[in-house]
Design a protein around this ligand. Structure first.
Ligand SMILES: [Zn+2]
Ligand SMILES: [Zn+2]
Length: 332
């Protein structure tokens, strides 16, 4: 099979011919029809996230079809359309798994980071961590739901929990793949969404407005309305104090990224009055099931730019430069 392989962090991916992997016990072989390109892929390729398996096939927004079953596979059948997310394995035994926090599992394995992922024609996946793709979604439109959608959904869920379900005005900092999905869900739920972008990124602001966001502007501007909560997807620590200043008493600032630059010091009074800052890590299978059931109901429309598999380096570079609106998707 053709695969784009990371041999060393900080280097470009290399196109290689590799044997098609064999599914082990409890695993399925998936023919990859689409794999989304996520900011986390950049952090793995660039070395912001340490100790990946090397050499590594990155990619954790995999949409494809089951073509072979390993021993003991119970749930899936050949021909099933499945999505494979970042969370690739959990132990089910550690204290986090036992408390329903499998996203924090001590022994977790992550697709496209500590196990091979989807920048390839085939991949193997643990059947317990494959989600059914709703029939409404072609593979390439489903792919961005599997991480951008999921991390957005989990961030939104945690923002709602932090605000006791009372969000009326939600700010989103960094209007890329995750933001464009979760803003549609929030608007569907009757919430006003305020989109904050890099200074002067009028394209992204226009895109946000076209999706129904009530306000769009530069991230250093404070809108006239006070927000109930804010989610930060951009990996920029200096947005944390800006978002804190924009949220109301009791409000929440949720950091959705896996990596962020340092957060600068800020006066205590912008945190005081029970504002919270919280990060979001990974996903649980429950998040996946919930998102994939609400997405066709909204219905969430994913905006994608397709690249052939062997143009993965270009796709990553366009993401790094902020040239994409919506999500990049590789098509093997
Ligand atoms: Zn565990
Ligand atoms: Zn991701």
């Amino acid at each position: 099979m053709k695969a784009m392989v990371l041999e060393k962090q900080g280097a470009l991916l290399i196109e290689q011919d590799l044997p098609i992997p064999e599914p082990g016990a409890g695993q399925v072989l998936v023919k990859v029809y689409a794999c989304g390109v996520c900011r986390t892929d950049l952090h793995v390729a660039d070395g912001d996230l340490k100790y990946p398996k090397l050499p590594l096939i990155i990619g954790h927004e995999i949409a494809g079809e089951v073509v072979k079953l390993g021993n003991g596979v119970k749930k899936l059948n050949i021909g099933d359309r499945v999505g494979v997310p970042w969370l690739g394995y959990t132990c089910g035994k550690c204290s986090y798994c036992l408390r329903g926090m499998e996203n924090l599992c001590e022994n977790a394995k992550f697709t496209g980071y500590t196990i091979n992922g989807g920048y390839a024609e085939y991949t193997v996946a643990d059947e317990r961590f494959c989600f059914p793709i709703p029939p409404e979604y072609p593979f390439e439109n489903a792919a961005p739901l599997l991480c951008a959608g999921l991390i957005g959904y989990r961030s939104f869920k945690i923002a709602q929990q932090s605000c006791r379900g009372s969000i009326k005005k939600l700010g989103i900092y960094g209007f890329g793949a995750a933001a464009h999905i979760i803003s549609q869900i929030a608007i569907f739920k009757g919430i006003d969404v305020y989109a904050f972008t890099r200074s002067g990124d009028t394209e992204a602001q226009k895109f946000a407005k076209s999706l129904g966001c009530i306000w769009a502007g530069n991230s250093d501007i404070k809108p006239d309305d006070t927000l109930d909560a804010a989610i930060i997807f951009a990996p920029v620590g200096s947005l944390v104090p800006l978002a804190l200043k924009a949220v109301d008493k009791g409000g929440a600032v949720i950091c959705g990224g896996i990596h962020m630059s340092d957060i600068p010091g800020f006066p205590y009074d912008i945190l005081w009055e029970e504002r919270t800052i919280r990060s979001v890590a990974n996903l649980t299978r429950e998040d996946g099931i919930e998102l994939l059931s609400i997405a066709p109901e909204v219905p969430v429309k994913t905006f994608i730019t397709k690249y052939p598999l062997n143009k993965a380096n270009e796709a990553l570079s366009d993401l790094r430069k902020g040239k994409l609106h919506g999500a990049a998707v590789l098509i093997p």
